[in-house]
Design a protein around this ligand. Sequence first.
Ligand code: KG4
Ligand code: ZN
Length: 329
Amino acid sequence: MDGNGTILSNTILSQLDDHRIFGGVVPEIAARAHMDHLDRLIKGAMDEAGLSFADLSGVAATCGPGLIGGVMVGMMAGKAIAAAAGKPFIAVNHLEAHALTPRLSDQSLQFPYLLLLVSGGHTQILVVEDVGVYHRWGTTLDDALGECFDKAAKLMGLPYPGGPNLERAANQCSDLDAALTRFPLPRPMMHRPDCDFSFSGLKTAVRHHVDALPPGELQMSDVAAIAASFQASVRDVVADRCKRAMDQFKKSYPAHTTPTIVVAGGVAANMAVRGALEDLAAAKGFTFVAPPLKLCSDNGAMIAWAGIERLRRGDTSPLNFAARPRWPL
Ligand code: KG4
Ligand code: ZN
């Protein structure tokens, strides 16, 4: 990425095929796949960008939170390049990169803004006050939203990764009212006087519906109906929790005349979630910002952008920075 946020190369090598038969990510396979492919990917990205390491102003790498094997491999590669080329190293928090990505796609986005961060491992409502200044207003008490999508999809017999496949199935449902009547699902935490989430009950309710279907192969029409009912629940819960946060934001930041709500993380690619927030923002007088779909799921450009935001502030990291499996914002 150049200093203006222009993406010169954003290469992704998917490991999903290696993990699919296990129905989820296997940490040991993930770490080894990083080892096997990273050098070649970095070389490809540098070639595509037309740069050599000497041209760089800094090297950013994810240092957590996440599965520690893959994080270590990436972090050590980043540190090695920084050390060899004599460039600053920037340790990036994966969640911070999601939180700042909307400023990459919409460079007019100013602090503070309200953020719904929804990924495979996290579901949080935060105020992003500045780079490095985050106030967490809500979190999930159990499963993350992406995890709930993935588990519900697995129960419905949809292949891994479940989130996008569940969305595709829901789009095939032609009668939402009938789906909601036949497969009613709970809306956990609705109307609670906070901004927290809970998704494990929703997943369990999906299991009950699936178990109650006639034995044998699941019918695609039933799967589509359950998926549509599931997304309707998610939509309502997300809207309710964010509505509360928006009311609070207006009280906490009264001087902010053009309040903004932003969605980021893998689940931000979901059209039902985006639609819920777009409608809510319009009703509440908020501006709605969402990164383009390809910048929602994990990618290198978001890490480079977080690195640039930090580098601009002179905020670099020592080469003995330790990887962090847990690293709350
Ligand atoms: O941010 P991300 O790429 O990785 C983590 O940091 O976890 O998020 C991945 C999560 C997965 O649970 C995946 O199923 C979900 O995002 N996801 C979706 C969609 N695309 C990705 N969930 C629902 N609808 C989608 N279209
Ligand atoms: Zn992520």
